[in-house]
Design a protein around this ligand. Structure first.
Ligand code: S3P
Length: 523
């Protein structure tokens, strides 16, 4: 990944601490303790939706118009991949911000979107500090990916998926249904992540794989579990009924995308509901998807077409969660995140915050584009008492990416918060379960795991017990994982500590301007 930064970079945030004044950010606080988070913010657009908009536009016939696409390293991996597959990508920075997803305003062909994005406040002015990408993608259409320089009988593509699990797993499914050969690579972190969960069902459908000879990981011909991988697609896939052992939107989406090209109807059954953006968004591209409880089905042979409406993306709840949890932990905080995606398969963290006693106010609206996705504004105001809770296994898919920041929230609650069945954390961008324990202990908080269960004991206040905390010079490790980098940045702030992070720049995987937006709320 190209986000490496000098090891041990230090980024002071707090304006004051119990131990005395700290490096100011030009935002001197009149009081001691961490500065409150206050104000309105439009966080960058949703990453899961951005990947899907790019991939679905690429496989469609016609030109899709897009406003407010997340501009981050992960989404750039998807954009670069579809360009390499022959889609025509014309995207540029939208300097005024995405359109309003509730009104459908903002046309990338006639000009930038509405800069207020439903976030304007007459007293404070527009809250939108965030830009994204706007423009068009002309799909390669039903005939499938095209090489820029054709010449060989069976097209061959090389696609670098960077750090992005969603790019790689959804692409494996998307490519499986075309007569082509593609080599998928990724960075060191992505090359460690399991791919069997996707390649096994795709093999059953008729795709073939080969472990690339470039690989340094052990990968036998029967084991297509890690990148680099070569996929041999086939235009004669057969439909399957797949019972997925994990609740994973990436697995579900990969199988459904392959099913679009299969003969017959393909169904995926999940043990519990994972995020449902694929099933909500495909109909906007003219593809019929049937949902029956935990079973999602797609009929093969449908031809996706570019939507007539502009696709306008709402803010990412996974990015918003850092500030909303920060506001719940720091006295006098009051933060509103505007125009945020409120899909219930993504907002489990808000329910957990409410259960713990946080003051959370949600104002939903219906988005005018992007299928049936809900959007709205979310406000969190500090409340002094938080109490521990139990996060049940069935809730985990709806808050899987928010577990690191929820673990930080638990350090400020009275009692021991139990996170059940969070084993999937071990196969994210890093082993997040081990990294959460390690980081929280360095910060002086109590955290341990038994099997797949994580326990975090809080003291009813967002202050780390100074006695057991490591020295401020001890490094907090990110393991190159963007969500850990943002969690530790917020932890340093709310706990009044100053630990250096080994790779803060990896935040750019999902949120390049995270630090600037945090500083805006602290100003
Ligand atoms: C994602 C699904 C989730 C999530 C990831 C994005 C998606 O992964 O953790 O950040 O966009 O489909 P799993 O499908 O592996 O649970």
């Amino acid at each position: 990944m190209s986000t490496a930064s000098p090891a041990g970079s230090r980024e002071p945030l707090s304006t004051a601490s119990p131990a005395g004044p700290r490096e100011p950010l030009g935002t001197a606080s009149p009081r001691y303790g961490p500065a409150p988070l206050r104000g309105r913010l439009r966080v960058p657009s949703d990453k899961s939706l951005s990947h899907r908009v790019v991939l679905f536009a690429a496989m469609s016939e016609g030109v899709s118009r897009i406003s407010g696409l997340l501009d981050s390293l992960d989404v750039r991996s998807s954009l670069d991949a579809v360009a390499a597959l022959g889609a025509t990508v014309e995207m540029q920075r939208d300097t005024t911000g995405p359109g309003d997803s509730t009104t459908g305003r903002g046309d990338p062909t006639t000009g930038p979107g509405d800069s207020t994005t439903g976030c304007s406040d007459p007293t404070t002015g527009p809250g939108d500090s965030t830009t994204g990408l706007c423009g068009t993608i002309r799909g390669f259409g039903p005939d499938g990916p095209r090489q820029r320089h054709p010449g060989t009988a069976s097209p061959f593509f090389t696609l670098d998926c960077g750090n992005s699990g969603t790019t790689s797993r959804l692409l494996l499914g998307l490519l499986a249904g075309y007569d082509l050969t593609a080599l998928l690579t990724g960075d060191a972190s992505l090359s460690r992540r399991p791919m069997n969960r996707v390649t096994l069902p795709l093999l059953t459908m008729g795709a073939r794989f080969e472990a690339s000879h470039d690989t340094r990981t052990v990968c036998t011909t029967e084991n297509f579990d890690s990148l680099p991988l070569v996929v041999y697609g086939s235009s004669s896939l057969k439909a399957i009924e797949y019972r997925s052992p994990v609740a994973s939107a990436q697995v579900k989406s990969a199988v459904l995308l392959a099913g679009l090209h299969a003969t017959g109807t393909t169904s995926v059954l999940e043990p519990s509901k994972s995020r449902d953006h694929t099933e909500l968004l495909l109909p906007a591209f003219g593809v019929d998807v049937q949902v029956d409880g935990l079973r999602v089905s797609i009929r093969g042979g449908q031809r996706p077409t570019a939507p007539r409406d502009v696709l306008i993306l709402p803010g990412d709840p996974s990015s918003a969660a850092f500030f909303l949890v920060g506001a719940a932990l720091v006295p006098q905080s009051d933060v509103t995140i505007c125009d945020m995606l409120l899909n219930p398969t993504r907002t489990g963290f808000l329910a957990v915050m409410q259960r713990m006693g946080a003051d959370v106010c949600v104002e939903p609206r219906t988005a005018a584009s992007l299928g049936a996705e809900l959007v709205g504004d979310v406000t969190v105001r500090y409340r002094p008492v938080l109490k521990a809770t139990r996060v049940a296994a069935a809730e985990v898919p709806s808050l899987i990416d928010e577990l690191p920041i929820l673990a930080l929230l638990a350090t400020g609650a009275e009692g021991t918060t139990v996170f059940e069945s969070v084993g999937e954390l071990r196969v994210k961008e890093s082993d997040r379960l081990a990294a959460i324990e390690e980081g929280l202990r360095i910060l002086g908080c109590e955290a341990y795991s038994e099997g797949d269960t994580l326990f975090v004991t809080g003291r009813g206040t967002a202050k780390a017990p100074g006695g057991t905390a490591a020295a401020h010079t001890t490094l907090l490790r990110t393991y190159g994982d963007h969500r850990l980098a943002m969690t530790w940045t917020m932890a340093n702030h709310v706990l009044g500590r100053d630990h250096p992070l080994d790779d803060p720049a990896c935040r750019a995987v999902s949120y390049p301007d995270f630090l600037d937006d945090l500083k805006t709320l602290l100003a």
